[in-house]
Write a protein that binds this ligand. Sequence first.
Ligand SMILES: *Cc1c(COP(=O)(O)O)cnc(C)c1O
Length: 815
Amino acid sequence: MFTDKESFKQAYLMKLIEGEGITTEEATSWDKFVALVMLLKEKMSYYRAVNKNSISQGKQIYYFSMEFLIGKLLHNYLVNFKIEDLVREALLELDINLDDLLEQEADPGLGNGGLGRLAACFLDSMAFLGIDGHGNGIRYKYGLFEQKIVSGNQVEVADNWLKNGYPWETRKSDKAVIVKYRGTVRTEFKDGQAIFYHENYEPVLAVPYDVPIMSYDNPRYINNLRLWSAETICSELDLACFNRGDFNQATSFRSEVEAISYILYPDDSSRAGRELRLKQEYFFVAAGLGTIVRSYKKKNGLNSLHDFSRRVSVHINDTHPVLCIPELMRILIDEEGMGWDEAWNITVNTMSFTNHTIMPEAMEKWSIDMVQNLLPRIYMIIEEIDRRFKEDLKARFMDNDQVKQNTHIFKDGYIWMANLAIVGSSSVNGVAQLHTTILKNEVFKDYYRVFGYKFNNKTNGVNHRRFLLAANPKLSHLITEAIGPNWKEDAGELKKLHVLKNDQSFLEQLANVKFENKCRLAEKAKLKYGLILDPSSIFDIQVKRIHAYKRQLLNVLKIMHLYNKCINEPDSLSCPQTFIFGGKAAPGYHYAKTVIKLINVLSKKIEQDPKVKGKLKIVFLENFNVSQGELIYPAADISEQISTASKEASGTGNMKFMMNGALTLGTLDGANVEIKEAVGEENIFIFGLTAEQVLDYSRSGGYKPWDEYHANPDIRTCVDQLNSDFFDNMGEEFRTLYDSLMIYNDEFYILKDFPSYLKMHERLQALYHTPKDWNKISLLNIANSGIFSSDRTIREYADWIWKIRYRTVNCISSN
Ligand SMILES: *Cc1c(COP(=O)(O)O)cnc(C)c1O
């Protein structure tokens, strides 16, 4: 890589002039950004080529995910190449401000939230650990929508992230494959063997776009994120239409095909039962697997497929790519002439599956008719998988009807995708201890009896180099000065910070860094949204998708309570507090959109009330995404992780906050349980029902929100305010929220947890007045956050699921 400014400048100017055909004077910021990206991309291609032989010829891992929320790449890659300072100074000598160029990059919104971000963190950690691990997904032309707040309401605007182009990607037309939909299956018998021909199908061209994935200080391993785009094949059908002058039909056919990679469904829990989505799922599965098998045969020889599962792992991220299972069966049987039993063995051993949710409405299922019609051959294979599985069960659980009933792949006219995934993979993992326990004991209890050996836990992690090293340079610098730089490669080294826990001067520096990060966020908020934030107030932050189970409403009720208190006892609030919210609601999710409205209406009410002004403030930061997260996580004093216990599978925002020194106010849910174990119970602020209690209530009833309402006047006041003229003329609008609590029995136990939540929040307020204690806890959170690096998670996947080797820490430091 570049070791001095002069050689960088020379290469950069060459790129700008020769590559883009322009001089620095003519170039726009966009041109200058593109030139820098092209330069890095070229370097990465070079590294990839020269290291081809040194890269382990071991197992290839393919991570299939409907979502990859990768965030911006340029800044991270400069950090990973360790050339940020050099490039910044060199560009300055050319009168170019690096920050202007960084601003040019779009944040690809190819994901909804945590699940897509996890996939992106995993890509980084796989590259870091020297694993040949590649992503496979869809290149949505429009990312998730862009969120605007207009008069307090969420408004969705198309996110046209590709409008200027995306210089990180490379289109690989020569690697395009055909994906086949609909049509008929003809069966022929040859020597007693059935042979299947898929005929009269509708072909769609899948064209791959590759994005290089490079991790910290490890240019020897450049991996690939392959995103597929749908295009029409210039077919006779097309041409015939045009020749007849039937342009409408020709273009409508075209748009029908291209629609496959148009948008990501902006819905992260319940599944739109739409055929287009099923088409999308098969699209990236068929294109991805087709390419994998083809390149495998090219590399290992035509008769090598018997060893396929020893050299390839396909990981299924949530149920969206579960069609990988019947599709690999189809390829092995129909295209490669393999028998069912061997094909099944290979398929099961190749596939591993991660479950991400226990919410019943989020369990993906497809109507039988739709699958039969759209994917006739795949449907036949699923039927056969089901038939054989049932036969197996009969032999093993002859007299146990419960097991037989609760392990159906087909039920009520639907195909249940999680069930197919469990039957067809060798490993099924949950994403935090508690979540995995619930999978084993509740959701997939009967599957656990059949396939106990498949179930395992892999607690999520986050890329600490993106969310700490790159996002929080001031804290990173402070940490490196204190314990040296090795934590960047081994997050476990953060433990060394423990020795500083009583070092007052260090703790003060830590607090200063936090203050500066709050100032950084305040400046950006002012610049971008015209919002005024007071960095000397407590920053109490909840950023994540808006969802009933995540309970933003509980947080709002708390703020309403504080407001009431402030009016009634003007001296009761000791310290100014800023409550920051961010997150998108699914466009069709009325409840969630009403919560956004409530936050904004309350914000305005507080703003206009001279009695609370300066003491309380609420802001809703519009369009929460990865780039915004990188500003927000480092600026938090309090991290709100308040989901109804048992409902949040893991959470990863909780980890990002923790490693940036925020104190967690949360329930014992998801990975909060492990955060508590790691940091110690005196350094985390836990309240509310346990998962066990929540599950008990939902099994046997007995929860009555009216009891909470009558027992606690604070609750009563706040709840009544939702349903009154407290918010001028908004009673009608917030009635949905009131009803969810009082009429529909408060499904998420908001009122039940309200008193303990208030109490714990008060304790945090008090603690804030003893900075010495607060800062120590903050430090202990950072020091104990190492296990939440996705490097640790990926090492566990490698050891236990994919069974592959990776770079070890020793080998890293000797590199
Ligand atoms: C980390 C992250 C999430 C996940 O947040 P949770 O608090 O775990 O729900 C969602 N969106 C973005 C942009 C993220 O970076």
